[in-house]
Design a protein around this ligand. Structure first.
Ligand code: AMP
Length: 172
């Protein structure tokens, strides 16, 4: 992985499902960099089907590996500022939005407060978050699961996490 002298590393997820989706993702990246955060690596942009009960357009999603001199809730300040820069407008909760920015992982940090949950709880059940995290930070260990991002993505694909899993091939 590319290293940086610019502080701690984090994985951020961008999502947009209002026109123009690519432009909102570009605006978000520019706002992140404008806040002094270094973008070290990016995933491809993926089209994803929305989850939940609200009928809405597909999302365009992308994950970024970033570095910045921030810890914990200081990353949330960035999230709020960038969403505001993207003119975030939302009606329904979990409904369509110009930009959603989530903190998926922060290296060596784990948070479970009302304000901030890291790793992001959606990581384990949204395939693009697992796939993107496995691409960007394959060796990072999920603090609750005790598995690397590669292992978690593998588990998501196969239902088991290693060839030696005792459940494989067992009948009980
Ligand atoms: P959302 O509606 O998905 O944009 O969620 C917004 C709220 O989620 C914010 O007010 C945050 O305080 C809270 N939140 C908790 N954990 C996270 C996280 N890992 N990334 C972004 N927002 C978070």
């Amino acid at each position: 992985m590319k290293q940086s002298a610019a502080g701690s590393l984090a994985v951020l997820a961008l999502g947009s499902n209002l026109p123009s989706r690519p432009r909102w993702l570009d605006v978000a990246r520019a706002a992140i960099e404008g806040a002094g955060i270094e973008v070290l690596a990016t995933t491809p942009r993926w089209n994803t089907v929305p989850i939940g009960t609200v009928s809405q357009p597909d999302y365009l999603n992308q994950l970024l590996l970033v570095a910045g001199r921030r810890r914990g809730a200081e990353w949330l300040e960035l999230v709020r500022a960038v969403e505001a820069r993207a003119g975030r407008r939302r009606g329904l909760p979990k409904g369509p939005r110009t930009l959603d920015l989530d903190i998926i992982l922060i290296q060596d940090e784990s948070w479970a407060t009302a304000e901030l949950q890291v790793p992001h709880p959606g990581l384990l059940n949204r395939p693009y978050l697992l796939r993107g995290s496995a691409l960007l930070v394959p060796d990072w260990i999920h603090p609750e699961e005790g598995l690397s991002m590669t292992e978690l993505a593998w588990r998501g694909l196969t239902g088991c996490w290693a060839l030696g899993d005792p459940a494989v091939g067992s009948s009980g």
